[in-house]
Design a protein around this ligand. Structure first.
Ligand SMILES: *Cc1c(COP(=O)(O)O)cnc(C)c1O
Ligand SMILES: [Zn+2]
Length: 469
């Protein structure tokens, strides 16, 4: 392939290449997933990472303002005129000393990357800007996704703001599991005007159906099986590096759902190393929820590894067959990672291989405790995001991660996405269930901050304030 950018089968023994605009999401020859690949010799990549920072000086330019397209030479599949951008990627890397103390990590060594600062409140916007750029280039009038919530919120936002070059609007179609989605996220899909299909099933069912709809009626798929999504998500790593003054951290810790981030992060570091822009690659920790632990099960209990592309398909199929037989479905409070059949499994195995990665799983209670820690000492996050911090605590305790390591936890979504989970943690009240009075409820969390019921009386109010610890 002589094009500067092209699609390529990730299976090393196949490596078939296709034009960028081929209407495929998997290799037609062998069925493996596809990468967007580049002939780097034909691309003028800045020779030093610090050169990207100069773009801060021209932030009136939309492309330099975007936290994704500031790095456009590292995802060079579109021309400047093609870009669909709404200023995504204005995120913050917090040096989280108070939270570090809570984890007995050294001061200055814990960093929290707040991807919830994106326009629709989650990291998904990094991927959507890239996928919409491609959808628009291809002239797609209908784009769709299956979603646990944030993908649909992001897709709906971009669809409402994108016009085709002929002025036609784009139609966003989202498939969500009925009752499986946090209200903050559902409200966004509705508000932004997406056609919202509530399917009687879970995420895995939605994913299967949207792929069928893509085949049948040409709906353009915006899930992370779309390789352009992952190109945008690579930039999370570039922004982390930039915020660390281009010093490579020791560990990146990320929650694992459909494993798009895991895959994108692996590709980002492989390419940075290949381009000579970094001298080493950080290690990766992927954290599953115990109720949706496919990657942990496959890697740690069934020994599945990338193995040069010859990963053990039978072990994976056996696991999926057992789940089907036992009618086991994903179930966790962290709905954004409530996924049992991650579509990017093979790319994630490749990322674990390239980044000397590890996988672990954490319980819902552990997730909620660390979510409260991030809320108490940071800007808060949604449950799935806190899985990264819960995973970090476990990996510190069992010695996998050193106490003087520099660690970046990726906080994938905004605290306000799922206020029900937060209120329930602090009050014991299930806001989705029957309302009970605060005095009747018993929060059990270590960091619970129970509201105090006080009569409308200034003496009582002052007494309550002064007697509070
Ligand atoms: C989508 C999502 C995830 C899962 O990310 P994957 O790339 O699918 O593994 C985690 N957290 C939040 C908040 C999400 O929206
Ligand atoms: Zn192939």
């Amino acid at each position: 392939m002589t094009d500067a950018a092209f699609l390529q089968c990730i299976q090393p023994s196949c490596s078939a290449t296709f034009a960028l605009d081929a209407p495929i999401y998997q290799c037609p020859t062998c069925g493996a997933l596809l990468d967007v690949s580049y002939n780097w010799s034909r691309i003028a990549v800045p020779s030093r990472l610090a050169d990207f920072e100069k773009r801060w000086a021209s932030r009136h330019n939309t492309m330099d303002y975007s936290g994704v397209w500031r790095f456009r030479e590292l995802l060079p599949f579109a021309t400047d005129a093609d870009l669909v951008t709404i200023g995504e990627g204005q995120t913050i890397l917090q040096s989280a000393d108070a939270a570090a103390m809570g984890l007995s990590l050294k001061r200055g060594n814990l960093h929290l990357q707040y991807e919830g600062m994106n326009p629709s409140g989650s990291f998904k916007d990094n991927g959507m800007t890239a996928a919409f750029t491609m959808a628009r280039k291809l002239g797609k009038q209908r784009v769709g996704c299956a979603s646990t919530g944030n993908t649909s919120a992001s897709l709906a936002m971009y669809a409402s703001l994108t016009r085709l070059s002929n002025g036609q609007p784009m139609r966003g179609v989202v498939f969500v599991g009925a009752g499986k989605i946090a209200f903050g996220k559902l409200s966004q899909a509705l508000d932004y005007g997406a056609l919202t299909l509530q399917i009687d099933g879970d995420f895995d069912a939605c994913m299967a159906r949207v792929r069928e709809a893509a085949d049948r009626i040409g709906l353009y798929l915006m899930n992370s099986i779309n390789p352009f999504r992952l190109e945008g998500q690579k930039t999370i790593m570039y922004r982390v590096l930039e915020a660390l003054r281009w010093e490579v951290p020791d560990w990146i810790v990320v929650p694992g759902g459909n494993l798009g981030n895991t895959s994108a992060f692996g590709k980002a570091w492989i390419e940075l190393k290949q381009l000579g822009l970094v001298s080493r690659i950080p290690r990766l920790a992927v954290v599953n929820a115990a109720g949706a632990n496919t990657l942990n099960e496959l890697v740690n209990r069934r020994g599945v590894r990338w193995n040069g592309g010859n990963w053990d398909c039978d072990a994976v199929c056996n696991h999926y067959d057992e789940m089907t037989k036992q009618r086991r479905k994903a179930s966790t409070i962290a709905t954004a990672i409530e996924i049992a059949r991650p579509v990017n499994l093979s790319k994630a195995l490749r990322a674990l291989d390239a980044m000397n990665g590890v996988v672990c799983e954490v319980t819902d209670d552990e997730i909620l405790e660390e979510k409260a820690l991030v809320g108490r000492h940071g800007f808060g996050c949604e449950p799935a995001s806190a899985a990264s911090v819960a995973g970090l605590r476990q990996l510190l305790a069992n010695g996998t991660i050193d106490r003087d390591a520099t660690v970046v936890c990726i906080l994938t979504g905004h605290a306000l996405k799922d206020p029900d989970a937060t209120v329930k943690y602090h009050t014991g009240i299930d806001t989705k269930g029957v309302s009970v009075s605060p005095s009747a409820s018993k929060p059990t969390g270590r960091n619970a901050n129970l509201p105090i019921r006080v009569p409308d009386n200034i003496d009582e109010i002052c007494k309550a304030i002064e007697s509070a610890r």
